[in-house]
Design a protein around this ligand. Structure first.
Ligand code: AHM
Ligand code: MG
Length: 340
């Protein structure tokens, strides 16, 4: 008797690769790897699941709205900012391989382990809940993270933290949108995972993702238009005369996700209110720049100046961000260069 087969377009079970399996596959490429780094990525994925579940239940649990305090940037903390921050601090704090954590929500980095026992340790920087003003309206929010290797040649924590983005060993974000998506790079391309709520695991849905070279789409807060430097105003004039579309979620993770998948350019230039730009270099711009470059795009602070090459001076430092498809970033920077 033949066994009936069920025809389905879903991947066969043997083809499903969870984030956990993906991390182990990557680890196997480095014969000397101890698993320390993999264990940290696994902690990040558990945090992502916990935060996703909190975000989904926020209104039911009555954890929407302001927590009543301002963070180090002087911005109102939402209750969920505080919850997401606690989850990451506690979970990463429990990982032996994490030496230092730094968060948008904490003025000072947290030094977890100082011992100098020859073990490789890491620094994890994160924005626990980016775009949290979107929470009250059920809009997209996200977690952004950047992982650096702790420097062995210095005992000063700031030397380990204040490394340019080029030194990142991994970076990524989790988007809590209509589904929960993780984008991850460990320096050899960008892979995408979707949280399958039925099995409670992130499942790999794309490998070696490439950003389209061009797309007539720009993403910025156009309300700032009149306070942008002249080159950016000229770019908008040019783009609008050339049939471009405008898309803006107001949460960097949501906006960059669209650009990464569909192409175009995301930017947050300097404004009168934020003369150095609004976005933070270490845990917003750098991880996004690494992802975009790993996908074949560009990420600049000014014409010819990569975000990843900026030498940081403070963990909460801000910078100008222009990133996306190569041709679209070039189009912005051509106008900026022409105006200076
Ligand atoms: P946050 O980290 O306090 O949420 O702020 C960062 C957010 C980004 O997600 C987003 O790109 C930007 O701020 C939006 O700013 P604006 O409201 O000025 O357009
Ligand atoms: Mg943020």
């Amino acid at each position: 008797m033949s066994i009936p087969t069920v025809s389905t377009s879903r991947p066969a079970l043997r083809d499903i690769v969870t984030l956990q399996a993906h991390i182990l596959q990557q680890q196997a490429r480095y014969p000397g790897a101890t698993g320390t780094f993999s264990w940290i990525l696994s902690a990040v994925s558990i945090c992502a699941k916990m935060i996703a579940s909190q975000v989904r239940r926020a209104r039911l649990e009555d954890v929407l709205g302001a927590a009543g305090a301002a963070n180090v940037q002087g911005e109102q903390q939402q209750k969920l900012d505080v919850i997401a921050n606690e989850i990451l601090l506690r979970m990463l704090g429990g990982r032996e391989g994490v030496a230092i954590v730094a968060s948008e929500e904490n003025e000072e980095p947290v030094i977890l382990r100082r011992q100098d026992d020859g073990e490789t340790r890491y620094c994890v920087l994160f924005d626990p809940l980016d775009g949290s003003s979107n929470l009250d309206i059920c809009g997209s929010v996200g977690t952004i993270f950047s992982i650096l290797r702790k420097r062995e040649d210095s005992t000063r924590p700031e030397d380990s933290l204040l490394q340019p983005g080029l030194e990142q060993v991994a970076a990524g974000y989790v988007l809590y949108g209509s589904s929960t998506v993780m984008m991850l790079t460990i320096g050899n391309g960008v892979d995408m995972f979707v949280l399958d709520p039925a099995i409670g695991a992130f499942v790999r849905v794309a490998q070696g993702l490439r950003i389209p070279d061009t797309n007539k789409c720009y993403s910025l807060n156009e309300g700032n238009r009149l306070s942008l430097p002249e080159g950016y105003q000229r770019y908008l004039q040019w783009a609008q005369s050339n049939g471009y579309s405008s898309r803006y979620v107001g949460a960097m993770v949501g906006d960059v996700h669209r650009i990464l998948l569909q192409g175009g350019v995301f930017m947050y230039p300097p404004t009168k209110k934020a003369p150095k730009g609004k976005l933070r270099l270490m845990y917003e711009a750098n991880p996004m720049a690494m992802l975009i470059e790993q996908a074949g795009g560009k990420a600049l602070v000014a014409p010819g100046e990569r975000i990843l090459e900026v030498q940081p001076e403070g963990i909460h430092q801000r910078c100008c961000v222009v990133l996306g498809s190569s041709a679209e970033v070039d189009a912005v920077m051509a106008q900026v260069a022409a105006a200076t």
